[in-house]
Design a binder for this molecule. Sequence first.
Ligand SMILES: [Zn+2]
Length: 114
Amino acid sequence: MHEFPITQQIIKLAEKHATKLGASRVKSIKLVVGDYSGFVGDSIQMYFDVISEGTLCEGATVEIQRVKPKMKCTGCGELFEREFLSFNCPKCGADGEPTEIGKEFYIESIEIIK
Ligand SMILES: [Zn+2]
């Protein structure tokens, strides 16, 4: 449910951006959402259509690029996707440690129509 306020913020930001550039409306918004960001892309999409009604973002498409979380091997430095119930590096078998990869949440780009 916490996708609701974040979607409101995204729309506000996109509108600000569009207004500043003198656009008539927002065409598309590209988001990068890590699987560990705590946000669900599908929910953002769903809320977007409802909240954007009557704003410059109405009818805009939301593209969501998902990022799979990765671990970093403490042995060889390899970045890898965690297997179920395993934290071990597929290359050398050493333990992996968590990284920031997969926690992303940001607006990559906003496309406008003048
Ligand atoms: Zn390794």
